[in-house]
Design a protein around this ligand. Structure first.
Ligand code: ZN
Ligand code: ZN
Length: 348
């Protein structure tokens, strides 16, 4: 028995002549677990006591009853250790997070890295010491959060510097958007985040322009789409097409848009937002999930906006309406002038 035990577990030794006390490590899936076994004077396994290191206890969580049972039933220590290792292997495989508990130097390294970086930058760390959230500020003073999942070999300081470089490359993009956000009324997105590249800017009641910026070239002519009643949008569309060549990447996007469209954007300083956020004439709300009422009656005296989904359902329910492919032709619920609506992508 002795030789088999040593052969299978070269790191587990008897500490006394009576061989009632064993201490050392057992190895499972390339990991060593500290273990101490105390046998009663008669050497019977039934009365044995196990002392496990915290890692071992952690992996064996939920398997304690099996370990106890094996201890009662195994013929000798060799058999028991073999059984214990099988249970451990199962435990490790079912809990991948246990498999990779890092050595103590991982934590001391992390702490010294945090000292280099500055503790003030740490916003959050999880109980596994694996996921960190770090504060980062770009040169315009905007606050950002870097989430780090520690797997790579880079130090925190390196990661943080890399993140700052990425932030710097996006500074111009955010400068452009911050200017738009502060000087115009944004209809969409409702609460823009730093990753949103689109803005729908109010031009007038029921007229807006949707711009999609390229974060790498934020000052270039963005993708533009004019939205609203035909009578208001058509002249603007003509302006845009005629003046596009005047776009000057050296000046701001907002200034360029103003020059190209030959308009002044209503701003928070000059207008109330309520003058642009007119409710849908069918459901009487402004937001329907994320959608805003962007279908507008083309009759200049009416100009009532509707949600696409509301208008589509409304027209489809009326016997006087007619459908051709995905377009429904009917009458405006307000002024009875002809109105059409396309089936939106979600409804088709
Ligand atoms: Zn509606
Ligand atoms: Zn109408």
């Amino acid at each position: 028995m002795e030789s088999a035990l040593v052969k299978d577990n070269p790191l587990l030794f008897p500490l006394n002549k009576q061989k009632t006390l064993y201490d050392g490590f057992i190895t499972v899936l390339d990991r060593d677990f500290r273990l101490r076994v105390l046998l009663p004077p008669d050497g019977q396994l039934k009365g044995a006591r196990l002392h496990c290191c915290w890692e071992l206890r952690r992996v064996l969580q939920g398997y304690e009853h099996i370990v106890k049972q094996r201890l009662q039933q195994s013929a000798d220590l060799v058999t028991f250790i073999l059984e214990l290792k099988t249970v451990l292997e199962v435990g490790l495989k079912s809990r991948p997070e246990c498999r990779s508990i890092p050595p103590p130097r991982y934590y001391s390294q992390l702490i010294s890295e945090m000292e280099t970086l500055g503790w003030g930058r740490l916003l959050f760390i999880d109980t596994e010491f694996r996921t960190l959230r770090l504060k980062a500020e770009d040169s315009s003073g905007r606050q950002h959060v870097l989430t780090v999942k520690l797997k790579s070999r880079s130090t925190l300081d390196q990661l943080h510097s890399q993140f700052l470089l990425v932030l710097e490359s996006l500074t111009e993009f955010w400068d452009v958007l911050d200017e738009i956000d502060s000087k115009t009324w944004i209809l969409e997105p409702e609460k823009p985040s730093r990753s949103d590249t689109m803005r729908r800017i109010a031009i007038g009641t029921n007229v807006s322009i949707k711009v999609e910026l390229d974060p790498r070239h934020p000052k270039m002519l963005p993708e533009c789409c004019l939205l609203g009643a035909e009578h208001a949008v058509t002249p603007l569309r003509k302006q845009l097409n005629a003046n596009m060549h005047l776009w000057n990447p050296d000046s701001g996007v907002l200034l360029n848009l103003r020059d190209v469209l030959e308009i002044e954007f209503p701003s928070p300083a000059t207008h109330e937002k309520s003058s642009f956020s007119v409710e849908c004439g069918i459901c009487y709300s402004y937001r329907l999930e994320a959608a805003i009422p962007d279908q507008v009656c083309n009759d200049p005296r009416c100009g009532q906006p509707f949600h696409q989904a509301c208008l589509y359902e409304w027209l489809r329910a009326l016997p006087s309406s007619r459908q051709s492919f995905n377009v429904v032709f009917g009458e405006c619920p307000y002024c009875s002038k002809p109105i059409t609506v396309k089936m939106s992508a979600q409804q088709s």
